[in-house]
Design a protein around this ligand. Structure first.
Ligand SMILES: [Zn+2]
Length: 120
């Protein structure tokens, strides 16, 4: 089995202030502020897919999620559980940025998402 090309795409953002449930930071393994530059207001999330080549057919392999500081590029690989925790926030932020929902719906959705998050 050969590893083929790795495709990476940006799937969205999570903002620092929306990642607290009450006073608790929802991703305990990752620092609220970038450990390298301490200068970010949000993180960018990317997904990389490794394509494997088996007997000349292409098979899409594992997805790897990463959290990236937009200021200095510091990158940390997310555990899948960590990604699942923040996935609803990434989606709602994207919808809001694309103008698909209004601010009032956005705020309500973020509150709703946070109320359902279990801190790992
Ligand atoms: Zn940084």
């Amino acid at each position: 089995m050969l590893s083929g090309p790795i495709k990476t795409k940006v799937i969205g953002k999570v903002y620092k202030e929306q990642m607290y449930k009450k006073d608790k930071w929802i991703l305990p393994r990752i620092s609220p502020k970038c450990e390298n530059c301490n200068n970010n207001e949000y993180y960018t999330i990317t997904c990389s897919t490794v394509t494997c080549i088996i007997l000349s057919s292409l098979i899409k392999g594992d997805k790897v999620y990463k959290i990236i500081c937009p200021t200095c590029g510091e990158t940390i690989e997310l555990e899948f559980d960590e990604y699942l925790t923040i996935e609803p926030l990434i989606k709602i932020n994207k919808k809001y940025e694309e103008g698909k929902i209004r601010k009032i719906q956005y705020d309500r959705s973020v509150d709703d998402i946070l109320s359902k998050i279990k801190i790992i």
